[in-house]
Design a protein around this ligand. Structure first.
Ligand SMILES: [Fe+2]
Ligand SMILES: [Fe+2]
Length: 133
């Protein structure tokens, strides 16, 4: 049985939403701690924390799909996501410039790298839509 939307409109929806947000917060928190650990040279710890973060991301996705937060017309959704990712690359590049002008060049470089990832996500999503839709 599909779990899609099973809690949407039920007494459980608010609780599921609350747990989803806790999981989302866990994702950014664990990845942030992993980055700090890596900066301290604790690379094995960083790797383990990234695995936990990926679990939390899966959990957040579980709750999101149970509440029907996203459309099940996945290829239309992915098409819009692809456009957002592609546009995001330019937007992030512009933001990185502001960070650079604020004198935070290392941070700007890291943000630029994230921006390049967004562009790559857009390209990959378009390829996947082509392949599977
Ligand atoms: Fe979790
Ligand atoms: Fe992205």
């Amino acid at each position: 049985m599909s779990l899609y939307g099973v809690t949407k409109g039920t007494d459980l929806e608010k609780d599921i939403e609350h747990i989803m947000h806790l999981e989302e917060n866990g994702v950014s928190t664990y990845y942030a701690i992993a980055r700090i650990a890596a900066e301290k040279g604790l690379n094995d710890l960083a790797d383990e924390l990234r695995k936990i973060a990926a679990d939390e991301a899966e959990h957040a996705g579980l709750y999101a799909m149970m509440n029907g937060v996203v459309s099940d017309d996945i290829f239309s959704l992915l098409s819009r996501m692809a456009e957002g990712e592609t546009a995001g690359e330019k937007a992030i590049e512009g933001f990185a410039q502001r960070v650079s002008e604020a004198g935070l060049e290392d941070a700007a470089q890291a943000i630029r790298a994230a921006g390049v990832d967004e562009g790559r996500h857009g390209t990959r999503l378009k390829e996947l839509i082509e392949k599977y839709s």
